[in-house]
Design a protein around this ligand. Sequence first.
Ligand code: ASP
Length: 575
Amino acid sequence: MARAPGPERQLLVLYTGGTIGMRSEGGVLVPSQGLAAVLRTLPMFHDEAHARALGLPDDTLVLPPASPGQRVIYTVLEHQPLLDSSDMTITEWVQIAQTIERHYEQHHGFVVIHGTDTMAFAASVLSFVLENLHKPVILTGAQVPIHALWSDGRENLLGALLMAGQYIIPEVCLFFQNQLFRGNRATKVDTRRFGAFCSPNLPPLATVGADVMVSRELVRKVIWKGPLVVHSSMERDVGLLRLYPGIPASLVRAFLRPPLKGVVMETFGSGNGPTKPDLLQELRAAAERGLIIVNCTHCLQGTVTPGYAAGLAAVGTGIVSGLDMTSEAALAKLSYVLGRPGLSLDDRKQLLAKDLRGEMTLPTVDKRQSSLQGSTLGHSVACLLGLSSGQEVDAMWNALTPSLALAAAHAGDLEALQELLELLSPEDNDLCLEDLSGQTLLHAAARKGHVGVVTMLLHRGADVNARDQDGLSPLLLAVRGRHRGVIQLLRAAGAHLSPQDLEDMGTELCRLASRADMEGLRAWSQAGADLEQPGYDGRSALQVAQAAGNLEVAALLQSLKGAGPWEPLLSTWTC
Ligand code: ASP
């Protein structure tokens, strides 16, 4: 993940309230002002000497150096009034988004300090209100006030500042107890333990331990380079209705009455509800009036499936599947979709069915099935049962050859691959073959370390720097597999690490050094990585090895530092 470049990272911290800054008054905790003043007294949050040297204003603090030559400077703005998050509403969350918009250009990232009770709602709303986000917005808070001796607040806030200041994760996230979650996937699951949040249907985007592990493949990519868009017109007349066994139809009718425009209905299991005719009649009537019903499971984990029991299915197109969205995300999405001006009811339903901000997982199996329907492969497989004409056999081969070629490259079966490539029709350029994740023949062979297949593909002019859907190149896959023969071939053919590949490189090298993974270090060195790059704590791999007393690794690192470029094995192909 992009480790943010530049010596000074400027963050804006929006303090909205919550337990983290609360003080006891008459035996109860109430939000309290002056969080910046508290942080100023804590050396882990503020380096006074450096702030004075920079001439920073009173509301601006600076963290001690986290990596050499880089400082995180942050200004704290307090929301007026400070709130227990139980009192937060869409109005306050839109104000937060507008404040971010006003300060967007001058800052590298944003931290929102928020009460934990409704933090998942806040993160979900912000994820929809803020469109085309290129910078991190990280919400955090605490179960125990920050000034208490045993508080989770210090660790959470410091983690949020470091993640926002050091990594380019262009999403609304929630940082709690060393885990960075996508905000609209998180939900509060514990009232007391420091691990208050979980993300039941998506792994954390990053986990902090001895190393910071960022799951780059999960982090959303910035697709559109345009400016930040803030959608302030969120629909307030939305609701959340949890079904329970025996729920009376009269109660549902009362709940769904106008002015309600949309409801997230928490159903049983994989999307089931009672089949009582009077209840179904209420739902149908509401849907016919134009009320949108989003079906979410009240299970913590899992998804609403298309085959849910007859009951709710009978309501027909009035119900939109919320798949594996949390109720918080579904409510926020409904509010966003209903707030968009000028859309028809069908447009809104279609928008709800899309994954807009990484809030839900679309059913990939279904997608694949439908893409096969009507395809040559579909027909060919069907006719496998009774291949009668030469034409049918040809059709089947045409359809199967690309998949078989990818399988052969993966298995390293050079002979089979060459034969299969002969079979390809001229318009099926073998160099463009890709599997579902965008991996080419060269990816497949490099990943498995098949030198012969890689050599042949390079001679045919395969794109040596092709990227799959996760941004991985054949070189990266070869490095991961420590296939040094393949790395050498690819490098000689012009493969190189991109700036994106080099993000977090220092931390990765330190991890390998601490595990004495000499082959891993050799592979990265051979791929062209700078072995002197420091890890997240400012130490280089060599320093890590020396500190661990691992002289063999230290000697290897020193020798690799001085090593010249690798001799190419092949020198004559053209790419
Ligand atoms: N009631 C508090 C709030 O949500 C709880 C917390 O922050 O942990 O503001």
